[in-house]
Ligand binder design. Sequence first.
Ligand SMILES: Cc1cc2nc3c(=O)[nH]c(=O)nc-3n(C[C@H](O)[C@H](O)[C@H](O)COP(=O)(O)O)c2cc1C
Length: 364
Amino acid sequence: MESPLLRPHRTPALHLPNRVAMAPMTRSRADDATGTPTPLMAEYYAQRASAGLVVTEGIWPHRLGKGGPSVPGLTGPEHVAGWRRVTGAVHAAGGRVFAQLWHVGRVSHPEILGGEQPVAPSAVPVPEGLIHTASGKREYVVPRALSAAEIAEIVTAHAAAARHAVEAGFDGVEISAAYGYLGSQFLSDSANLRTDAYADRVRFAVEVTEAVAAAIGPERTALRVSPGNGDLGAVESDPAARYRRLLGALDGLGLAYLHVVESGAYPALADLRPRWSGTLVATYDGGAEPGGVRRAEEAVRAGLADVYAFGRLFLANPDLPRRIAEGAPLNPQRGSGLYGGGAEGYTDFPRLGEAVRVTAGAGS
Ligand SMILES: Cc1cc2nc3c(=O)[nH]c(=O)nc-3n(C[C@H](O)[C@H](O)[C@H](O)COP(=O)(O)O)c2cc1C
């Protein structure tokens, strides 16, 4: 029986030839000083263009949104020129690509932000763990609580970055409100202790989504959420109530899609699918093990998701849809090259029938 993941799917603006999406993955290979994407990044994404939809790594839409060394940006003409190479390569290879807009809020460090203090809904730090900077691991610092005017500036920055994305040739943008970063911090009752209008924890995600939709059209606008996930200390005490309300505010907009990461803490797909009338993209985050093809097929067959996004399987298998179609074995992920570096562990994973490519210097 043919995999349900290989059936085409239509969003309001796109025809996807299959339902195997590439999930957003930070790979830290942009120019660190400027955030400009490199030609190697264009090669990496073009290799994965057989995805129904490619979603890029997180990209900062505002200079204070950067969360690590060599993370790319989308705030100026240099970025637009760099991303145009990426979208051109993906389109030339027959693919479709959305840019993920990712403001990390408190999950940053002055060393990453040119000496500036990270910003957040409230002055509450990430409770535990360390952050990776160019000079090593550092303790999280206490962030500065954003003023209402600064929040408005960040909302506007998302809309401007979305316009840049379209100018750079992207088919749309996916806004990150997942995994404990800024949008998710506003949604959280441990990270958002505000008493102003943003005490309404869905307000920021709704404002950003509406602003981006107004800038580039709702059919090119998507939102990623990870209900109940609790990553990086952004706890949500009642995800069902919060996300039902969020979907209630957004369902009528006619967005490109809603991307839901389910991680086991709360059955997000079963609860939210009936509340979302548009395209639903799902990712299962099981922690150490990458999300599997069988689970994805079951979710699509059961109607819990229209499209399934794979992270680590796509990272190691540039031709993942073909491997699913042929039931072919999957390349294992390698430990090296995940964040930063060059071609090793990035563009050197073989396609079916190709010998393993050995990158110069690899294995030493
Ligand atoms: C190396 C790596 C980088 C990631 N970076 C991002 C990111 O920039 N934005 C995001 O929303 N999720 C990011 N994720 C999470 C993935 O999109 C995905 O939700 C997660 O890996 C679970 O899917 P998987 O089991 O198929 O890998 C990242 C995951 C990995 C492995």
